[in-house]
Ligand binder design. Structure first.
Ligand SMILES: [Fe+2]
Ligand SMILES: [Fe+2]
Length: 301
C-alpha cells in the first residue's frame, strides 16, 4: 500500500529561495491541510497578465488536440477560463521560471488546463468555478519542480528509490501551493491527481473532489500524447484514449471522467454519461515504450 508520508530530501524552496520545508521534515496530506489553514494568501491577479497569456494557444497546434477543440469558440472558451484564473504574484513568477527551465512541463500544465476546462465546460457549462479549476489544472504538477530533473529526463528504467522520489511530487506540490494559496482547488489537484481510485499515490483519507478526477484524466491524456524519453513516440489521441479507457476498466481511473473525455473527443453532443467506449484498436500506441508505472513500483516498495 502506498504511504501518505513523504520525507523531504532537500530543503523545499520557492522561486525566491524562501524555505517552505526543511530537509528531514516529514510531509503528508495532513501537513498540507495544516499549511493551508495557516496560510495568509497574498492578493491575486489574473493569469492574463502572466507569461501564460503568451503561450496559452500553443497546444492548439498539436494534432492530438484537434478533436477536443473543434471550433475557435471552444478554443477561446478554454483560453478565457484559464486566463481569468487569479493567482498571487509569486505563482506568476513560479510559472515564468518553469517556462524558462522546463518548457515541456510548463506546456504540460497549460495543455492539462485547456483540456480540463473543455471537459468541465461540457459537464457544467460556464460555471463560476471554472477559472479556479483551470488554474488548479495548470498547477497540478507543481511538485515536479521539487524532484531532481535528471530523474525524469534520463529515460532509463525506474528503480524503486527513484520511483519513491517521483511519487513524492503530489505531496510536495500540494504543500508548496497550500503555503501560498491556503485552501484552494489547486492544492486538491496537486495532492489527488495520481490517486487512481486508491491505487496510486499518495494514500488519501477520502477520495479527491470530482473536479480533480477530471484534471487527472486531462493530465493523463496530455502526458500520453506528448514526447517522453521512455517511449519512441507519443500516443495519438485514439491510443491515449484506449489507455485511459483501460485504466477505467481496471478501476484505476474515474469512469465518468474518462467518459467525459471521450464525449468531448466526439464533439460534445448528447450526454457524457451515455458514452459507450469503442474497442481498442491496433496501431495507435508507440512501438517502443519502456514506461514503468510509478504507482506499481511504489506499491512494491
Ligand atoms: Fe503528476
Ligand atoms: Fe500531470
Amino acid at each position: 500500500m502506498p504511504s501518505d508520508r513523504v520525507a523531504v530530501v532537500r530543503d523545499l524552496t520557492d522561486c525566491q529561495g524562501r524555505v517552505l520545508a526543511r530537509r528531514g521534515d516529514e510531509l503528508s496530506a495532513q501537513a498540507v491541510g495544516e499549511a493551508a489553514a495557516r496560510a495568509r494568501p497574498a492578493p491575486a491577479r489574473p493569469l492574463s497578465g502572466s507569461v501564460v497569456a503568451e503561450d496559452v494557444r500553443e497546444p492548439f497546434g498539436d494534432p492530438a488536440y484537434r478533436h477536443i477543440f473543434r471550433s475557435p469558440e471552444e478554443q477561446s472558451a478554454a483560453v478565457r477560463a484559464l486566463l481569468a484564473a487569479e493567482l498571487p504574484g509569486i505563482l506568476h513568477q513560479e510559472l515564468a521560471l518553469l517556462r524558462d527551465q522546463d518548457w515541456p512541463r510548463y506546456r504540460h500544465g497549460i495543455a492539462t488546463a485547456l483540456i480540463a476546462a473543455r471537459m468541465l465546460r461540457a459537464a457544467v457549462g460556464e460555471a463560476r468555478a471554472l477559472p479556479d479549476l483551470a488554474g488548479a489544472a495548470l498547477l497540478h504538477d507543481m511538485g515536479m519542480r521539487h524532484v531532481r530533473p535528471e530523474l525524469v529526463r534520463a529515460g532509463v528504467a525506474l528503480d524503486r528509490i527513484t520511483a519513491l522520489e517521483i511519487a513524492s511530487h503530489p505531496v510536495l506540490g500540494a504543500y508548496h501551493l497550500a503555503t501560498v494559496l491556503g485552501r484552494h482547488p489547486a492544492v486538491d489537484a496537486a495532492l489527488g491527481h495520481h490517486w487512481r481510485k486508491g491505487r496510486g499515490y499518495p494514500r488519501l483519507a477520502a477520495p479527491p473532489p470530482r473536479s480533480v478526477e477530471v484534471i487527472a484524466v486531462a493530465s493523463g491524456f496530455a502526458a500520453l500524447t506528448q514526447a517522453r524519453p521512455f517511449r519512441d513516440a507519443p500516443f495519438d489521441a485514439r491510443g491515449a484514449t484506449d489507455v485511459l479507457v483501460g485504466d477505467a476498466a481496471a478501476g484505476e481511473a474515474d469512469l465518468e471522467a474518462v467518459q467525459l473525455l471521450v464525449h468531448v473527443l466526439r464533439g460534445g453532443r448528447g450526454e457524457a454519461r451515455q458514452v459507450v467506449f469503442g474497442r481498442e484498436r491496433e496501431g495507435h500506441a508507440p512501438p517502443g515504450n519502456r514506461h514503468a508505472p510509478v504507482a506499481r513500483l511504489v506499491a512494491a516498495a
